[in-house]
Ligand binder design. Structure first.
Ligand code: AHR
Length: 369
């Protein structure tokens, strides 16, 4: 086990790094620095991510990387044999499988001794894994929190044991002094992009009856994707939400909830699914009800995993907002920085794009997940 060195993060001078990891294997980053207090940081991060997100299409498409303030390059000598505990959410979706693969393959590449656990969607199980990592005295703990709240005690425990923590994919509502960095998407921006598409798509329609397939209740992506949608369409009287229910980010959940919606509401025009898997489940339910997904009922989803992109290419989904699961490289860059005592950015926002049918057809041959 290597000697652990805690990185000193000056929260008041945190840099926000925008890390690109869309559909390409390589990692490019563009960065904006910003002074931030912990209270102001999430608002600042959101607005910076918004501008990065609008620039993301071209940055991601060109594969270009802007310079400055990025995560340090991973140092193989620091990572080799480092013991890193990773507590995964579970295996609810295609996105999650791709995320797990990305983390495991990057760990292997750097020779990290990765202690990987899966909570199967259960926060208590995830907390228990993290406590085990603390007892083992691992060099660093990383996790993707099942839900946003309830992490203070275990994060304080890790801090008391001098074990640095990195959040990937999802955020928590705990004080940012309890973890080194948060690497992942801006889910609010994703919701805003989905709603912006819907606004344009239904520009010539007088009334839109929508149903929502929500992600896991209490999770950051479910909370923020709802907020993002409301930011754009919340006060638009044309859009009526007939019903909104969790499908727990699973295909089965999406199918079952959609079956219930179809039985109750004969006049649904639009499904907003918080991920591809639930959208794919909705397609099955819509077809079983004798309707045509993508035509009779339009569908917008988030993720852009291969199965979702195939449904988009086939015209069964109408629009997908990308959420990249390829976070492995950034995680180990951050871990390497922390373990070698370097200052790393307090927030790393994944740069992502969006896809319509033609863009999905063009992207599919080289899609990695
Ligand atoms: O936290 C990321 C979300 O979790 C993905 O959008 C979803 O597919 C996954 O289950």
């Amino acid at each position: 086990m290597i000697t652990r060195k805690l990185a000193v993060l000056a929260a008041a001078a945190a840099a926000f790094t925008l890390a690109a990891c869309g559909s390409s294997a390589s990692t490019s980053t563009s960065t904006t620095s910003a002074a931030a207090s912990s209270a102001a940081s999430s608002a600042a991060a959101t607005s910076q991510a918004s501008s990065a997100a609008s620039a993301s299409g071209s940055a991601a498409a060109s594969g270009s990387a802007a310079a400055g303030g990025e995560l340090p390059a991973a140092d193989p000598a620091v990572l080799k044999d480092a013991v890193i505990g990773f507590a995964q959410v579970g295996s609810e979706s295609g996105w999650r499988s791709a995320n797990t693969d990305s983390i495991k393959s990057s760990a292997e590449e750097y020779g990290v001794d990765l202690q990987f656990t899966s909570a199967e969607g259960d926060q208590a199980k995830q907390i228990s894994s993290i406590k085990t990592f603390i007892t083992q005295g691992v060099d660093l703990i990383a996790f993707s929190p099942v839900v946003e709240t309830g992490w203070d005690a275990v994060l304080q425990e890790a801090k008391a044991a001098d074990i640095p923590v990195i959040l990937t994919d999802r955020s928590v509502d705990s004080d940012s002094s309890l973890y080194q960095t948060f690497i992942g998407s801006d889910f609010i921006v994703e919701g805003e992009k989905a709603a912006t598409w819907a606004k344009g798509e239904f520009a010539d329609t007088d009334k839109v009856n929508m149903v929502v397939l929500e992600g896991t209740t209490g999770s950051a992506p479910a909370n923020d994707r709802a907020t993002g949608w409301a930011n754009v369409l919340g006060s638009d009287p044309k859009f009526t939400t007939l019903a909104s229910q969790t499908g727990d980010f699973t295909r089965d959940g999406g199918k079952k909830v959609m079956e219930g919606f179809l039985a109750t509401y004969p006049d649904i025009n639009l499904v907003y699914a918080h991920n591809d898997d639930m959208g794919l489940g909705a397609i099955e339910a819509i077809e079983a009800a004798g309707k045509v997904p993508g035509k009779d009922i339009k569908i917008v989803t988030i993720d852009a995993v291969k199965a979702g992109m195939e449904a988009l290419a086939a015209g069964k989904i109408n629009f997908i907002v990308e959420c990249s699961p390829l976070l492995g490289e950034q995680l180990f860059q951050a871990a390497s920085g922390v373990l070698s005592g370097q200052e790393i950015p307090a927030r790393v926002v994944t740069i992502e794009t969006t896809f319509d049918q033609e863009q999905a057809i063009a992207a599919l041959p080289t899609r990695l997940y």
